[in-house]
Design a protein around this ligand. Structure first.
Ligand code: ADP
Ligand code: MG
Length: 471
């Protein structure tokens, strides 16, 4: 027996043992859905290469089983340093199996070469529909989505589409500002469907990708193929369709593809940064078709939702972040969730790098630029205006020397909010309130804090003002 021979047998039997251990651990159903379709390809330079038939499977296996695969492979073979998961279409895998079998029959000593070189030759030959979908972020699942007032409707609609075995609202149109969770919800739908029923084809792609493919098909006079690709899809999701608006021929094609799929009873999910009627350059009939399904918007985050998201992310990362810091971030980073997440990551990374606890001082220092940028959104002037409107006093009383409680209290509330919602220092705030001393501001902050604890009605008033200013 040649050396190559025993290596190969070895590889297969090791793979069998790895699979058996995984099967014992994750159960028969999961094993059959995810691991059985995999095939070991080679072990070279410390890397095991494993082929899976679809990109979806690769993403799933990477997200859920990679660590265990690596662990068990290391038990089998100490010099394994990594496990690569590559996509090969069923046909490619089957084809290769045949090559392997044929080689085995024909010339045992030739076995190693084709098996070893085949993946790189076939690795990029993924099936058409698989290539169609963009990769999914393994973190974007329903479990990781924090639900609050601003997004509960969109969440419920997405969940319904994901759980239904037949078409529900068609299309589901999700819209909202940047960084508020549209892409997250779409990926969550795809993950959910893919896990429950891997036979259903879910294609997720950005509107830009869709356009790019369409234009390429036009140029290569391949429209038939282009349409054919989408015809076999069960659920089609197109992200950020605002990028399609205004491009006539793409819009036209989008409309047709869309109509075809709806007529065939396929589910469509679409996202945009605006409602269908507000999308500029969209054709009227496309708008009305989009409006036919369910339109769900995601509103700007609230303080409670931001706090909930921070708690969930810290827990996911397994890091203890002081409550005070999370409240501070939820108050101050209000633009969108992406920014909020980025802020939390930066604070945590900094603490871990320098090996110190997370404090208010380091947080403010690390996030200096971000706080400034968010700060620009609420100005002291705005706060003064809102607060005087709310308490029904004159704006000029914010700067005046009058000390009657009816104006002094609202002024204190405005100072308090200025301290909470902006990065201005106490002296800076004092100056904006008719040149008052920083100790006056300090006193106001303390007083309002105290009153909030004592008087629930007052606390509610302050809370309401803060929300109005932040929204
Ligand atoms: P959009 O597509 O609307 O611009 P994304 O879906 O990319 O926004 O969301 C931006 C980031 O914020 C992502 O990392 C996402 O996971 C996170 N995110 C948004 N909303 C939530 C939420 N409700 N719970 C948890 N994470 C969220
Ligand atoms: Mg997005």
């Amino acid at each position: 027996m040649s050396e190559g021979d025993s290596d190969e047998d070895d590889l297969d039997s090791r793979w069998q043992r790895v699979c058996e251990r995984l099967r014992g651990e994750i159960g028969e159903t999961a094993y059959r859905s995810w691991l059985k379709p995999m095939a070991v390809r080679e072990l070279r330079d410390g890397a095991v290469r494993i082929a899976v038939p679809t990109r979806f499977m690769r993403d799933w296996v990477l997200a859920h089983y990679l660590e265990r695969l690596q662990l068990y492979w290391r038990d089998e073979c100490a010099d394994v340093r990594g496990v690569d998961i590559v996509v090969q279409s069923d046909r490619a895998i089957r084809g290769e199996e045949e090559v392997r079998a044929r080689d085995q029959r024909a010339a045992p000593e030739a076995r190693r070469a084709p098996a070893g070189s085949a993946p790189s030759r076939n690795g990029s030959r993924v099936s058409g529909r698989d290539e169609l979908s963009a990769p999914l972020d393994p973190r974007f699942t329903f479990d990781h989505f924090v639900v609050g007032k601003p997004n509960e409707f969109a969440y419920a609609a997405a969940k319904r589409v994901a759980e239904a075995s037949t078409v529900t609202f068609n299309p589901l149109f999700l819209y909202g500002g940047v960084g508020l969770g549209k892409t997250h919800l779409m990926h969550a739908i795809a993950w959910h469907i893919g896990t429950r029923d891997p036979t259903r084809t879910v294609v997720y792609l950005s509107a830009e990708k869709f356009m790019y493919r369409f234009i390429r098909a036009l140029r290569e006079q391949n429209m038939m193929d282009f349409k054919e690709q989408f015809r076999s899809v069960d659920v089609l999701m197109i992200d950020d369709v605002q990028f399609i608006s205004g491009k006539d021929s793409t819009q036209e094609e989008f409309f047709h593809t869309f109509n075809d799929l709806v007529d065939q009873g396929r589910q469509i999910v679409i996202s945009a940064d605006k409602s269908p009627s507000d999308l500029e350059g969209m054709e009227e009939r496309l708008i009305s078709r989009l409006n036919c399904g369910l339109v769900a918007d995601i509103h700007a985050t609230t303080y409670e939702l931001r706090l909930g998201i921070l708690e969930s992310k810290a827990e996911q990362m397994n890091v203890q972040v002081p409550r005070k810091i999370m409240e501070f971030l939820a108050h101050r980073i209000t633009a969108n969730v992406r920014e909020l997440e980025g802020a939390l990551n930066r604070v945590i990374a900094h603490a871990q790098l320098v090996g110190r606890d997370i404090t208010m001082e380091t947080t403010q220092e690390v996030l200096h630029d971000l706080l400034r940028a968010n700060d620009r959104r609420v100005t002291i002037e705005e706060i003064q205006k809102r607060v005087s409107e709310h308490f029904n006093i004159r704006l000029s009383d914010m700067h005046s020397a009058r000390r009657a409680r009816s104006v002094a209290r609202p002024r204190q509330v405005a100072m308090y909010l200025a301290k909470q919602l902006t990065t201005r220092s106490l002296p800076e705030i004092g100056r904006k309130f008719g040149g008052r001393d920083h100790t006056t501001v300090m006193h106001a902050v303390r007083k309002v804090d105290e009153l909030r604890d004592r008087d629930a009605g007052f606390a509610e008033d302050v809370e309401l003002l803060r929300r109005m200013l932040e929204s």
